[in-house]
Design a protein. Structure first.
Lengths: 276, 322
């Protein structure tokens, strides 16, 4: 009896520890973001002040709002193009038997695990060649390297699991592959499209290396680069309050989305096996 | 018999016609995706490798001249007869970066696998509040890497950081530590943040493997009175091995190319500089475009070799048992 009680206590202690470690840094960032002036340098464990100074500073001075817009634009367009290209491609990979299919699937998986630094020089050349350096187009183009293989891979695993009978029925009715995709599969695919799109969106929203390399002015930067380079009036004065406010602004929508779509995200993550 | 053949033949013909049509449309469907991948991945990779054999500079990429293996290793014989070696293969800073990356990868992936398994086992148990735990562990995963680097560098701040405050209060340290700036602790700080951020991902992948294990195995083990720890090592672990192997390779490839966390958390620290950071620094900050390309190519080679060895030795099955 006592042994069972001890085991239960230990188990719940572990549960509380996991939750605490996961949530605390985010909690502390929120707490810091509401402090202003010298309060910032007093260490508190509980919220004591509620000042919006940092949020006002971040949103009214500098180019942070512009950066938010850039991130939103780039991520949305990247996801839309990737899904569009991936739907038809994943149909071919999941439902049609042809020579070289396994090799193709393996290549796609390898590209999604590519070290991005290995293509950076070549991409830089293309970006300069097309004259899109320091524009959102450069990022939209470059981000395809990780969003496209990921969406193709996840949608292929999903489509492979759809029952063969519905497709056979459509073939007997004389439907072409295009009709099968748009009329038969698409209505069944919405949940998978939402999940895959969301995961690709998060990946694009968080990307740093390409954004750092292919943009060079405050107005064209995306949010992660803007936060990384946020600096005070002198290099010794890091504006922690502003950084925390900006961090909270970009993270809250993601956390809300992730919590709403928890179950779907977990299934998408395990299918794709790709870190966001 | 003759009748049957004449009936069968047209049906066969129709079937293969249909197959041929399907295969043709499959390639049409694949074409746009393959074209984009070739342009955004294939061609840039070929060009990057090409640049590593040239003297390209950032300002003048077009005028690149072929120099062979000079960026990797070049020999100059001085008048005195002394031979000088130059290039990536004899660059101590590069080998330092390789070592940092390898060290980071081994430690982070090992600890993430262990912690991930623990979290997955917790989530696989039936208890009140399981939903809350699952939601909570998704938070570190959802936070952008750059943001988590900033959050932690604030918490790890030497003067005003809460970590130093907690450790001082507990009496674990006697004076404040500059975690991210101090050469002795910088790698520790990077590992701490990376493990915090990626353990949830590992846990979810391992959990998916755990949920495939049929429950009656545990029932049987319980009836036979086998100790739970023994059940884990003898039954659960072998069964989730395929899922674990795939999770580990994904994390390993991810860890080997790490850039953003290190660039933001511990800038300009030789103790944590990884291959990716070194390559980018040469490409764009030091105006050694060709040399940086050589470093990037080398990194690509190392990753490719590790992946192939791992897949062959570990007999990884990416199809999920299909």
């Amino acid at each position: 009896m006592l042994w069972t009680l001890a085991k239960r206590t230990a188990f719940y202690a572990l549960v509380i520890l996991i939750v605490f470690i996961s949530v605390f840094p985010f909690y502390y960032a929120i707490l810091t973001s509401f402090k202003s002036g010298t309060d910032l340098f007093r260490i508190d464990y509980w919220p004591k002040s509620f000042a919006l100074d940092n949020y006002i500073a971040v949103l009214t001075t500098g180019s942070f709002v512009r950066n938010l817009g850039n991130s939103l634009l780039v991520s949305t367009v990247v996801v839309a193009i990737s899904l569009l290209l991936a739907i038809t491609a994943s149909f071919a990979l999941a439902r049609v038997r042809f020579r070289g299919r396994s090799l193709l699937l393996f290549t796609i998986l390898s590209v999604s695990m590519f070290p991005q630094i290995a293509v950076l020089a070549g991409l830089f050349e293309i970006v300069r060649f097309f004259g899109i350096f320091n524009t959102p187009f450069a990022l939209i183009f470059a981000y395809m390297i990780f969003t496209l293989p990921f969406t193709v891979w996840v949608l292929t695993t999903f489509m492979r699991d759809l029952p063969i009978e519905i497709e056979e029925a459509a073939i007997v009715d004389g439907a072409s592959p295009w009709v099968i995709i748009t009329k038969v599969f698409m209505p069944l695919m919405w949940p998978a499209l939402v999940t895959t799109g969301l995961l690709a969106f998060i990946a694009a929203w968080n990307e740093f290396l390409f954004a750092l390399t292919f943009t060079s002015s405050n107005a064209t930067r995306t949010v992660p680069v803007a936060i990384a380079l946020l600096s005070g009036s002198s290099q010794y004065e890091i504006p922690w309050g502003n950084i925390m406010a900006a961090s909270v602004i970009v993270t809250v929508p993601l956390v809300v989305l992730v919590l709403i779509f928890q179950r779907k995200i977990i299934s998408g993550l395990t299918a794709g096996g790709v870190k966001g | 018999m003759a009748v049957a053949e004449t009936i069968a033949a047209p049906v066969e013909g129709m079937r293969s016609d249909l197959m041929r049509q399907r295969i043709r449309s499959a390639w049409i469907f694949l074409a746009p995706m393959l074209a984009v991948l070739a342009l955004v991945a294939g061609w840039p990779l070929v060009r990057s490798i090409y640049f590593s054999f040239t003297d390209a500079s950032l300002a003048n990429i077009e005028a690149a001249q072929w120099v062979g293996f000079d960026n990797y290793l070049s020999m100059t014989t001085l008048k005195s007869g002394k031979v000088l070696y130059d290039g990536l293969l004899v660059d101590p800073i590069w080998w330092r970066a390789v070592w940092n990356t390898v060290k980071f990868t081994i430690v982070s992936v090992t600890l993430e696998t262990i912690f991930g398994t623990i979290v997955a086992l917790v989530l696989n148990a039936e208890f009140k509040g399981r939903g809350i735990v699952r939601a909570a562990i998704l938070i570190p995963w959802a936070i952008p890497t750059v943001v988590s680097a900033k959050m932690w560098s604030w918490m790890l701040n030497d003067q005003f950081g809460i970590i130093n405050d907690i450790l001082m209060n507990l009496g674990i340290i006697s004076q404040k530590i500059a975690w991210t700036a101090n050469p002795d602790t910088a790698m520790f700080a990077v590992l701490l943040v990376d493990i915090w951020k990626t353990t949830p991902f590992m846990a979810l992948l391992i959990l998916a493997g755990l949920q495939m294990v049929p429950g009656d195995i545990y029932e049987a083990a319980k009836i036979d009175g086998v100790h739970p720890v023994k059940v884990f090592f003898k039954v659960t672990l072998p069964l989730i091995r395929p899922a674990l192997m795939v999770a580990v390779i994904f994390r390993m490839l991810d860890a080997l190319r790490i850039f953003d966390l290190i660039y933001v958390l511990t800038p300009n620290n030789s103790q944590t500089k990884t291959m990716s950071v070194y390559a980018r620094e040469n490409l764009f900050d030091f105006d050694k475009f060709a040399y940086g390309s050589a470093a990037a190519t080398f990194l690509f080679l190392i990753l490719a070799v590790i992946t192939v060895v791992y897949i062959v030795v570990g007999r990884v099955n990416f199809d999920g048992g299909r």
